[in-house]
Design a protein around this ligand. Structure first.
Ligand code: PLP
Length: 399
């Protein structure tokens, strides 16, 4: 699809590519969503595009997800929802984490659905609503994560008040939802049971939410009982694994959508015993060639990857990162390989190309793939390949 003449951003030639670049494959996002949507059907897919779509670009990723069969979008806060609306995206959008002084009226004008996590929030949303501007809400219940859902002790009052406001035509309860703590199968099991109690409490109060949702990527993939009417898919749509047990993206049939690449800045030959980078935590144990890669922790390369076994794809092979990762640069030991300044370095990407994955970088740095892609810094240019244009194809010259 990247050869489609209507591609949103044709990739420049390799030599003319930006110095530091995150290439986002929108077709990979579309395919990943389709793979996951097929797996969870008939449950709907809400594509989670918070935090600039985990660093992939919110608007572009949202469009690709909708093309892949997602029917809803999820974000953390209202500003993220409004950004999608401003770009002309019309699909239902749910925002669930609110500033205590958030402007719900503005959100209702933009037809953003609101996740409500307390009675106070429910009142504030309802007071921003009127008969011409009914608030579409999803009640968020806590089932064990202890973050921002309504705790069980507050359910009966919250669902009674929500039902009253619904009868009064101020709000419409579209959904009821919760979030797993991703702790263990036993905790998942307990959370499912608590969610069932919340659904029963809502039903007892006369609420009939059509969109009950509990699972994010991990449980959506693994447990059919957690799918209800919709699942909220974040990491899986970007082609990374939600699992901490060694299950890879390849095992799941998913393709990492982000490739982080740059060019070797300089190379140098060093003698055995040479120490390299801050603190000399690494010394050459033989004569070898070091390639300097112009990406550092300012660009999202974790300093914790220093000495952790991370690798890059360079000159046709995976090569070890050595020494300490600095703010702007890190060093790769290429041995006796013929490597020159200007050669392409792929830090992470699609494993089918031989590149390490963001998940492998996470493993080498004691974190999760989510953090690796989300933390890419502002010096890195984002480019897009694949995807579909937002509207009808542009008219051709002379047509
Ligand atoms: C971020 C988030 C998700 C997406 O989780 P993934 O593991 O990335 O699929 C779903 N629901 C909520 C409430 C979230 O905050």
């Amino acid at each position: 699809m990247s050869t489609d003449p209507r591609s949103v951003a044709p990739a420049p030639d390799a030599a003319r590519r930006p110095f530091r670049e995150a290439i986002i494959d929108l077709d990979a996002i579309e395919r990943n969503v389709r793979t996951l949507a097929d797996r969870v059907a008939p449950a709907e897919v809400m594509a989670v595009v918070k935090a600039n779509a985990y660093g992939h670009g919110a608007v572009e990723a949202a469009r690709a997800a909708l093309a892949g069969g997602a029917t809803r979008l999820g974000v953390a806060d209202l500003d993220e929802a409004l950004e999608l609306r401003a770009a002309g995206i019309e699909a239902p959008i749910l925002a669930w984490l609110h500033d205590p002084v958030a402007d719900f009226a503005h959100a209702l004008d933009a037809e953003v659905e609101i996740g409500v996590s307390s009675l106070e929030q429910l009142e504030r949303v309802a007071s921003a609503a009127d008969s011409a501007r009914v608030a579409r809400v999803h009640l968020k219940v806590d089932t064990g994560l202890s973050r921002n859902g309504i705790p069980e002790a507050g359910w009966s009052m919250a669902v009674a008040r929500a039902a009253g406001l619904e009868r009064a035509g101020r709000i419409y309860v579209v959904g009821i939802f919760s979030h797993f703590a991703n702790t263990s199968r036993d905790v998942d099991e307990a959370q499912l049971a608590v969610f069932e109690r919340a659904l029963a409490a809502a039903a007892d109060a006369g609420l009939r939410p059509s969109t009950r949702h509990l699972a994010s990527s991990e449980q959506a993939i693994r447990d059919p009982r957690a799918r209800y009417d919709a699942v909220r898919i974040g990491i899986g749509m970007y082609g990374l694994t939600p699992f901490g047990d060694g299950t890879t993206c390849t095992d799941l049939g998913l393709t990492p959508a982000m490739t982080l690449r740059t060019r070797v800045a300089t190379v140098r030959r060093v003698a055995p015993g040479t120490g390299a980078s801050y603190g000399h935590i690494w010394h050459a144990d033989r004569a070898t060639t070091l390639a300097l890669v112009p990406l550092g922790y300012a660009d999202g390369i974790p300093r914790h990857a220093s000495g952790g076994g991370a690798e890059v794809l360079l000159a046709g092979a995976r090569r070890p990162v050595v020494g300490r990762v600095a703010m702007d640069q890190f060093i790769v030991d290429v041995g006796d390989a013929a490597v020159d300044a200007g050669d392409e370095v792929v830090v992470f990407g699609d494993p089918a190309t031989g590149a390490p994955t963001a998940d492998e970088w996470a493993e080498a740095s004691g974190t999760i793939g989510y953090e690796i892609v989300t933390r890419i810094g502002p010096r890195v240019t984002r480019s897009y390949v694949g995807g579909r244009p937002p509207g009808p194809p542009p008219a051709r010259d002379g047509a």
